[in-house]
Design a protein around this ligand. Structure first.
Ligand code: FO1
Length: 318
């Protein structure tokens, strides 16, 4: 079966590990969010692509969910010694090599999709990883704090400011001029199932949907689209989804996120057993809904979630 997954950061990567275990013989194509990308020290860093590549390739720092295992920080310390910032974003020595190779290939004229393919040749993630676009898209967050009203890069909002200040708007800068990367629309058109993992609905999956043509391709696809709620019991399992959902006027509940994606996009939606009360309202909204355990405590629990999503896809296939 051909499965397409729109994935963001840590939640998306961890879900994919369970999906691979649940569907070992299937062909999985991951459309990765690049709105988290940031340019630092003359290098292009692609956090969500790297998190998928490292997690599935066996290089991830497991507790952090980002960056490399067995990392060292000499380059970061030397940059700080030169007074060259920013020092709030943790780039390790091993991770720097990824960004150097990526930046070197981009400078040689390779598109991000080709660069990603080359990096994955080393890591062998066991999925096809395609960036949502080869064009530059960077998510910025509009905030107002002691330093006044301004837009900050998503990474600064999340990593330096810890999403403590209220996000007033989420701005996927460049999205309106971006084109889906080669293979993105074809993968969606040829998919047997499309899955929205428990990634951030605004800055991860939302940013992928902001690339012109993607939402329409999903709406027109024959494949059922099934999502898994990143919100359990009214709060995100990890990260700052509640803050960015508020910025787009969506309540942090499993049901509200389903309605936010809408029946034009979603055919099925999984909520955690803690949110079973939300099932009728989601079904009312025209989206098939089931309550199953959604905590990705280990690969087997995640595989069970993936199997439940694939089963719901078969139910709604019609
Ligand atoms: N997340 C943090 O909370 N702190 C960091 O210092 C940090 C560094 C970092 C470096 C490379 C990378 O690929 C990801 C990194 N992340 C860090 C995660 C990053 O903020 C992700 O974009 C989010 O976790 C959402 O996907």
């Amino acid at each position: 079966m051909r499965i397409v997954v729109l994935a963001g950061g840590i939640g998306g990567a961890r879900f994919l590990r369970g999906l691979k275990a649940a569907a070992p013989g299937d062909e999985i194509t991951v459309i990765g969010n690049t709105g988290d990308d940031i340019h630092l020290f003359g290098l292009k860093v692609c956090p969500d692509l790297d998190t998928v590549m490292y997690t599935l390739g066996g290089g991830i720092h497991e507790e952090q969910g980002w960056g490399r295992a067995a990392e060292t920080w000499s380059v970061k310390e030397e940059l700080k010694a030169y007074g060259v910032g920013p020092d709030w974003f943790g780039l390790g020595d091993r991770d720097f090599a990824t960004h150097i190779v990526r930046t070197q290939m981009l400078a040689a004229g390779y598109p991000l999709s080709a660069v990603t393919e080359a990096l994955c040749a080393r890591w062998q993630p066991g999925v096809r990883l395609i960036p949502m676009s080869d064009d530059r898209v960077e998510t910025h967050v509009l905030i107002e704090d002691g330093e006044g009203r301004r837009a900050v890069h998503f990474q600064e909002y999340w990593v330096r400011l810890h999403a403590e200040v209220q996000a007033q708007a989420i701005l996927p800068v460049g999205a309106e001029d971006a084109k889906p990367a080669p293979g993105v629309l074809e993968a969606i058109a040829e998919a047997d199932v499309v899955l929205f993992p428990p990634s951030n609905p605004v800055v991860s999956i939302g940013t992928i949907l902001a690339v012109p043509g993607v939402r329409q391709a999903l709406a027109e696809a024959d494949a059922p689209v099934v999502g898994l709620s990143p919100i359990v019991g009214g709060a995100p399992v990890r990260g700052m989804a509640d803050k960015v959902l508020a910025a787009v006027g969506v309540e942090s509940t499993a049901g509200a996120v389903a309605r936010h994606y809408g029946p034009g996009l979603l055919d099925g939606w999984l909520v955690d057993t803690a949110d079973a009360a939300a099932v009728p309202a989601v079904e009312e909204a025209g989206i098939a809904c089931r309550a199953v355990p959604l905590m990705m405590t280990d690969v087997e629990a995640t595989a069970a979630m993936a199997r439940a999503a694939l089963a719901l896809a078969e139910e709604v296939r019609g």
